[in-house]
Design a protein around this ligand. Structure first.
Ligand code: FAD
Length: 301
């Protein structure tokens, strides 16, 4: 999936659910063909978990918005053609209100991308600086100042269904580990076998959970709803990101030392696995959502 993750799995689905017919016709076919790459411009230096405090401003000027501000942790920004961009259109209303979801052309004058290097040496995400960038009003998805609701649609897809392919890949990785353990003698260790067995059950359950999220969305669509996955996405995302981290910890035990000069693929997998508990909303934020919206517990302060 790689660089097409955003377009295919949450920007595209958001446009399918919330865009106009013209927007769907313009943006969905190139996403499906893999011709155009998308990135996500939500997080800012002072707005991550508390995304609604973002400050990037968009001021209406005729048929354009003029956008000024900065975004951070924008995955694949350096290769992206388009960005799903969350901006503040009404500065007089703080928090969730007064936000708007725009489609930013990454080649527009005033867009500067500065790559950020990760501990693994890759430059897969970047800072994006926006200096009076003109974005056509026609690129607005949803109504002006209704961007928080549209963003919840994006995050529902990102958390609920976007990682489906990765669950399949993790199950394959688990099979590789079991084979490697049989070859290198580690399979005799009953504790390790239990650990791999438990992970196997976890990923089987996660696969069922992602199927459930897709079925729920599809049933909603057939009943005249919007086809957007529900809050179950937070349950999936919380457990998937932790299970993925545990999988690469188990890999280190099976394969011996996965040091920085070891096998690149396994090492990169292990180093990046922790980031899954942060990207698309941290584990603590998913726990807050589950506590409040599923368990009905009182809101935290
Ligand atoms: C690999 C990766 C890729 C990413 N790609 C993108 C991208 O393409 N586009 C994009 O916009 N963003 C992206 N992000 C950013 C990501 O969405 C943010 O890092 C995340 O939302 C957390 O925000 P923050 O880093 O500002 O941490 P903070 O919000 O500052 O959080 C710091 C710590 O405080 C905890 N915390 C904060 N608030 C609460 C609370 N209310 N209750 C309990 N605990 C709390 C957090 O859980 C965390 O442990 C990416 C991140 C990673 C790791």
């Amino acid at each position: 999936m790689g660089a097409n993750f955003v377009g295919l799995l949450h920007a595209g689905p958001t446009i399918a659910a919330e865009g106009t017919a013209a927007q769907r016709a313009r943006w969905l076919p190139p996403i499906l063909r893999g011709d155009e790459v998308w990135c996500q411009g939500f997080s800012e230096p002072d707005a991550g978990s508390d995304l609604a405090s973002l400050r990037t401003r968009a001021v209406r000027d005729g048929d354009d918005y003029v956008v000024t501000g900065s975004k951070i942790w924008t995955s694949h920004a350096e290769v992206a053609d388009w960005c799903e961009l969350l901006v503040r259109t009404d500065p007089s209303t703080p928090g969730h209100k007064g936000l708007t979801w725009l489609v930013l052309p990454m080649d527009a004058p005033g867009v500067t991308v500065r790559p950020l290097r990760t501990i693994a040496g890759s430059e897969e995400f970047a800072e994006v600086f926006l200096d009076e960038v003109r974005v056509p009003v026609a690129n607005r998805v949803g109504a002006e100042n209704d961007g928080w609701r549209v963003t919840m649609v994006t995050l529902s897809f990102e958390r609920g269904t976007a990682f489906a392919g990765e669950v399949v890949a993790c199950r394959r990785t688990l099979g590789q580990l079991a084979r490697a353990a049989k070859e290198n003698g580690r399979w005799d260790d009953a504790a390790l076998r239990r650990r791999l067995g438990r992970l196997n059950a976890e990923f089987a359950a996660l696969w069922r959970l992602v199927q459930w999220n897709v079925s729920e969305a599809e049933a909603g669509l057939r009943a005249g709803g919007d086809g957007v996955p529900g809050v179950g996405g937070s349950v999936f995302k919380l457990r998937y990101s932790q299970a993925r981290h545990e999988l690469f910890d188990a890999a280190a035990e099976v394969l011996g030392s996965l040091s920085l000069d070891g096998d690149q693929e396994w090492t990169a997998g292990r180093l990046s696995s922790l980031s899954y508990t942060i990207a698309a909303g941290t584990s603590q934020i998913q726990q807050n959502i589950i506590a409040e919206r599923i368990l009905g517990l009182p809101r935290g302060r």
